[in-house]
Design a protein around this ligand. Structure first.
Ligand code: GDP
Length: 181
């Protein structure tokens, strides 16, 4: 599973929370820290008898979105991500991390389009939900789902917070389901 998100969206925190290994993916207040793809191996998943264990990896894709990231690097990573999504045959899906307080940005839309074009399931975590009231968070989720339906990207979405924490089990289940697909 690949994890993607704009810089500062909360991707490292989400990876830490989902894998429950604090300090595994370094959280950083410096935007744009993740500029290479990093893999985290999960314990082998139990398979049916006679089948080799399934080795699952979560891939931390580079995020960008700040002016601080030079345009050339941004373009380079865009191509790298596109190539990765197209060529990585073992890829089961993408988790897109997006700050619940902001509407989808160009980076998010690009990821949704890449996933749609490559027939990869995409699951959006609307994170930092603790920054909103419950009803505001529910409204943001409803608005996003409406947008996803209208754009026919076939992506799914849920509310998430690394801090609260909120939606962790739902996200884990989704990841495990996609890994087993
Ligand atoms: P990344 O650049 O996408 O990997 O983002 P980080 O995980 O490093 O988080 C960026 C900032 O957002 C940090 O200051 C985090 O503490 C904060 N943050 C991340 N997730 C949450 C969350 O669920 N709730 C709140 N309130 N803050 C968060």
């Amino acid at each position: 599973m690949a994890f993607a998100g704009r810089s500062n969206a909360g991707k490292s925190s989400a990876l830490n929370t989902l894998t429950a290994h604090r300090g595994l993916a370094r959280t950083s207040k410096t935007p744009g820290r993740t500029q290479q793809m990093v893999a985290f191996s999960l314990p082998p998943l139990a398979q049916e008898e006679g089948q080799p264990p399934l080795t699952a990896r979560l891939i931390d894709l580079p995020g960008y979105g700040y002016a601080k990231v030079p345009e050339a690097l941004r373009e380079h990573w865009k191509q790298e991500i596109d190539a990765y999504l197209h060529q990585r045959r073992s890829l089961r899906g993408v988790v897109l991390i997006s700050d619940i307080r902001h509407p989808l940005k160009d980076f998010d839309r690009m990821m949704l389009e890449f996933c749609f074009a490559t027939h990869l399931p995409c699951h959006v975590l609307l994170t930092k939900a603790d920054k909103l009231s419950r009803s505001q968070a529910a409204q943001a989720l409803a608005a996003l789902r409406k947008e996803l339906t209208a754009s026919e990207t076939q992506a799914t979405a849920q509310i998430f917070s690394s801090q609260a924490p909120t939606g962790v089990e739902e996200a884990r289940e989704k990841v495990m389901t996609l890994l087993n697909t």
